[in-house]
Design a protein around this ligand. Structure first.
Ligand SMILES: Nc1ncnc2c1ncn2[C@@H]1O[C@H](COP(=O)(O)OP(=O)(O)OP(=O)(O)O)[C@@H](O)[C@H]1O
Ligand SMILES: [Mg+2]
Length: 246
């Protein structure tokens, strides 16, 4: 998509600026996750694993362009149709997007997917790349489990900053630096049918300490992500196509 200049000599060229993008008729990843039946079948698992890798690839493209998203969540990704990159997911909603070159004091980003440093007042600045890595890890949890790492309040919307379990989570993480998945009862024991490589990767991505989180290059190089970066196998593609509502 062509990019048009928004600024000249430090001022906005136009009072209002708009970003035009193709309509993704298949809708958002959130709607897809809500609409598909719950199943532990291997083929269903694989559909989700491909979507995990595709989410990582979408964020990688943004990082490559020198940006961080800062509001990664299933309603901010859309299901793409056939395209030259064979991409399944596209990012939308660049309202909190920021240059990824340095630290930032901008901690905006949907609370339930956001890392602990968003809530730690003593941390005046955050590394936006590590902010995105946490959010991407939380997004992968949602793809796999159809739930957030924390409670899902108000139906589809994830505004659970007042949820006692979430406040407890933030306190525990900031006091003990425990890994959220390790103690949070929902995720304390991993379901046996899940790919253990995915769970281990997510654990590292949502580490409460941003420094310990992997870089996006490390996430991309992970064997789990690598395996599912490839085009879907015929069997999985058939299932995926049958699940899409256009
Ligand atoms: N290009 C697109 N193709 C298909 N659906 C889209 C597209 N852009 C937006 N949508 C739909 O509209 C919804 C809202 O769009 P968007 O996320 O850009 O704004 P927003 O929701 O107002 O921001 P916020 O995340 O703060 O709620 C998306 O979740 C998605 O379902
Ligand atoms: Mg949005």
């Amino acid at each position: 998509m062509p990019a048009y200049p928004l600024f000249k000599d430090g001022s906005l060229l136009h009072q209002y600026s708009y970003m035009v993008m193709p309509l993704a008729k298949r809708g958002s990843l959130l709607n897809f996750l809500i609409s598909i039946p719950r199943s532990k079948s291997a083929a269903y698992q694989r559909v989700k694993y491909y979507l995990c890798s595709q989410a990582v690839l979408a964020v990688a493209a943004l990082f490559e362009a020198g940006l961080c998203h800062k509001d990664l969540k299933p309603d901010n990704l859309v299901l793409l149709q056939d395209n030259e990159h064979q991409a399944l997911l596209g990012l939308i909603d660049f309202g909190y997007c920021i240059n990824n070159a340095g630290l930032t004091s901008d901690k905006r980003g949907t609370a339930v997917y956001a890392p602990p440093e968003k809530f730690q007042v003593e941390m005046r600045t955050v590394d936006p790349t590590k902010f995105d890595i946490f959010m991407l890890g939380a997004l992968l949890i949602t793809i796999l489990f159809r739930d957030t790492p924390f409670s899902l309040a108000n139906g589809n919307r994830c505004e659970c900053i007042n949820d006692p379990s979430y406040i407890n989570y933030i306190q525990r993480v900031s006091e003990t630096h425990e890994n959220p998945l390790m103690f949070y009862k929902k995720w304390g024991s991993a379901p046996a049918y899940e790919d253990i490589r995915a769970l281990n990767l997510i654990l590292r991505m949502i580490d409460s300490n941003p420094i310990k989180r992997p870089s996006l290059d490390e996430v991309l190089a992970d064997p789990f992500i690598q395996q599912y970066c490839a085009p879907m196998t015929t069997e999985v593609k058939k299932l995926y196509d049958s699940l899409i509502q256009e």
